[in-house]
Design a protein around this ligand. Structure first.
Ligand code: FAD
Length: 470
């Protein structure tokens, strides 16, 4: 029997490790047993929305295996103990999994490897999540890139694999594990958010819809939250319900149909897939960025500790409409548009001067698409502590961001109903409105909790003292 351990790759098709295990099993005339383990790493790390996404995706994957004459062995427990148990129950000749790149997963995988190898059984780990392994794309001196643009050029120009098929039905073993636990069984609560449908079918549908249309306008529309100009595939890529090769193949096909102008849009989309790999490489080579600044300053940054302002930010009650709309979208959908993530992250770190780690933790808890590398990369970018981050002196103005990317305030009104009947002009100048004007237009919507221009100056001071400037 060969065992394939599913983790952040909840799919049957375009799963390189799974196919490797299936091929080896078929050649040896053995069966393949897929396994999923709810170990502490899986359950400690996620918030309710992402766990719900994983459970739903796992249920669909189990159904897929059953439809093909197999099943997936599901269990709750420690990974090492589970493998010890599996090794005594079955005659196993090889264990396979796709590699993960964060330090916690790597440490766990090493322990599991030792256990399996101690029983004289082979472990094979496979690259699946990325086209290029950390260390494959480096500077001419062999160093990992700390600047995305150079990384992107190499990533773009190198040949890429195409998607792989799913395992053939006859190779699948039919050995059931426990039933899939409920959210409560593993210490979670059903999420409040209305999350997009999870699983392989929903992911494929999203990809097809996007590559039929949105991808050709991606460059011009991606920053505008009401234009539906993005793919919404982040939770799928995070849970692994779609393979990155499948996504890339679809972009290559789209490019063949694209006009010259549309080709740039398709490339812009492909470059987002490269950002994902770039941040994964950054995390791999700098495992401590999960908690520490990537970029060091002369002195520590004196972030402010202000629980009331942090709470207002989390609830979407800062009195800055575009920020509040973004934060409420997160709570309502377990998703936030990328431009809004940039705006709210800038607001937390540069207007409220609150440590990016607070924002990272909140996103991790509420995003269905939480991914350590991307979440961390995004936060450190906004906080001016990351690789190619915003320079510390470039501070988003939340009013002009709102005006530019949501001119008719449609997005704002969708998530901040208190502003429903208010004109976009007033919404975008809410900080300048008098008390009586605010009370007349939207009595239930708060006044700005801070003054942007004042905080901008204070933030410049904060970074200048971190830099050691006098
Ligand atoms: C503060 C902050 C936190 C973020 N946290 C996460 C996170 O936890 N998980 C996550 O997947 N993305 C995160 N991002 C990146 C980005 O916002 C999301 O990937 C994107 O909004 C997801 O929507 P989409 O799938 O429609 O994106 P599209 O625009 O359709 O992009 C396609 C795919 O490319 C990748 N991608 C896009 N933008 C980025 C980026 N800036 N960095 C890395 N990969 C990218 C994602 O996998 C995404 O699904 C964060 C960004 C910021 C600024």
């Amino acid at each position: 029997m060969r065992v394939f351990w599913h983790r952040e790759d909840l799919r049957a098709t375009d799963n390189r490790g799974l196919m490797q295990a299936a091929q080896d099993a078929a050649e040896a005339d053995e069966h393949l047993l897929p396994v999923f383990i709810f170990d502490s790493l899986t359950t400690d790390h996620d918030g309710n929305p992402r766990m719900q996404y994983l459970l739903d995706s796992l249920a669909e994957l189990r159904q897929w295996y059953r439809n093909h004459g197999g099943d997936i062995y599901v269990t709750v427990g420690n990974a090492v103990d589970t493998f010890e148990q599996l090794l005594t129950t079955y005659d196993i000749s090889g264990v396979y999994w796709n590699r993960l790149y964060n330090k916690e997963a790597r440490a766990r995988d090493e322990q599991v490897t030792e256990t399996i190898k101690a029983a004289q059984i082979d472990v094979e780990t496979v690259r699946d999540e990325l086209f290029f392994e950390p260390g494959d794309i480096t500077t001419n001196k062999g160093e990992p890139y700390s600047v995305y643009t150079y990384f992107w050029k190499k990533w773009r120009d190198r040949p890429k694999e195409t998607r792989v098929a799913h395992p053939p039905a006859p190779v699948l073993a039919k050995e059931e594990g426990e039933t899939i636990p409920s959210m409560e069984d593993i210490g979670f609560s059903p999420p409040q958010a209305d999350i997009q449908p999870a699983g392989m079918d929903a992911a494929t549908e999203r990809l097809e819809t996007f590559c039929d249309d949105g991808i050709f306008r991606y460059e011009s529309d991606r920053d505008y939250p009401t234009r539906e100009g993005v793919s919404r595939l982040s939770a799928d890529l995070s849970a692994g319900t779609i393979g990155v090769r499948t996504v890339h193949d679809a972009t290559v096909e789209a490019k063949e149909r694209a006009s010259e102008e549309e080709t740039d849009s398709v490339e812009e989309y492909q470059s987002q897939l490269a950002w994902r790999e770039f941040y994964t490489h950054v995390l791999y080579f700098n495992p401590d960025v999960e908690t520490e600044n990537y970029k060091s300053y002369e002195n520590p940054i004196n972030w402010r500790d202000n629980p009331e302002e942090l709470a207002a930010w989390k609830q979407g009650k800062t009195g800055y409409p575009i920020v509040d709309a973004g934060m409420r979208q997160l709570l309502e959908e377990a998703y936030m548009h990328n431009r809004m993530r940039m705006i709210v992250a800038s607001f937390l770190t540069k207007d409220l001067q609150i440590d990016w780690r607070e924002g990272y933790a909140h996103f991790r808890k509420y995003l269905a698409d939480h991914n350590i590398a991307n979440n961390n990369g995004g936060w450190q970018w906004a906080a001016s502590t990351g690789t190619d981050s915003q320079p510390y002196f470039r501070i988003f103005n939340p009013m002009t961001q709102g005006e530019r990317y949501d001119p008719d305030a449609k997005y704002i009104k969708q998530y901040v109903p208190e502003l429903e009947g208010v004109s976009p002009d007033i919404i975008h100048s809410w900080h300048e409105c008098s008390l009586s004007e605010r009370a007349r237009c939207a009595p239930d919507y708060p006044a700005p909790i801070v003054d942007h221009s004042h905080r901008r100056e204070a933030t410049l001071d904060m970074f200048q003292s971190a830099r050691g400037d006098d």
